[in-house]
Design a protein around this ligand. Structure first.
Ligand code: CMP
Length: 132
């Protein structure tokens, strides 16, 4: 998911290009805006953490781009392409190194397991949109 900071700054095209060039196939894509309820549901594992309310405010502050990506070893390779959650620690050439401004406004979210990738794909897309 490309987050509201990155969509507002016009980075959608550059980020999708990096994703393609890293060998990911984009199989579903959608620009939308999360409601408060959506953001709380999407990030429910972080409920109660000190940054949760800020995260919900940020994620509902503008449009996001949701994508389903396909690749061998996609979860791990995408996290490598993203770089660390904290952009100060993100390796050179990673998406967060280039486009994120802080640990909160970090440009892109990636799923952390195959299981969560399926759950997060189902959050945004119906099966026919992914497997058309
Ligand atoms: P993301 O990978 O989308 O998963 C949870 C999000 O919470 C994270 O990226 C950040 O945008 C946000 N966040 C804000 N503060 C923190 C923090 N201190 N630690 C981890 N995540 C944070």
């Amino acid at each position: 998911m490309i987050k509201p900071d990155a969509t507002a700054k016009g980075y959608i095209g550059a980020i999708l290009q990096m994703i393609n060039e890293a060998g990911f196939k984009i199989v579903a894509l959608k620009m939308t805006r999360l409601t408060d309820e959506d953001a709380r549901a999407f990030y429910k594992i972080h409920q109660g953490k000190p940054f949760f309310e800020n995260l919900v405010d940020f994620m509902t502050s503008g449009k996001i781009v949701a994508a389903v990506l396909e690749k061998e070893n996609a979860v791990e390779d995408f996290r490598t392409l993203l770089g660390s959650t904290n952009p100060q620690e993100a390796a050179q050439g990673t998406i967060r190194n280039k486009f994120a401004e802080s640990i909160s406004y970090n440009a892109v979210h990636g799923s952390d397991s195959d299981e969560n990738a399926q759950i997060e794909s189902d959050f945004f897309f119906v099966e026919e949109e992914v497997y058309a």
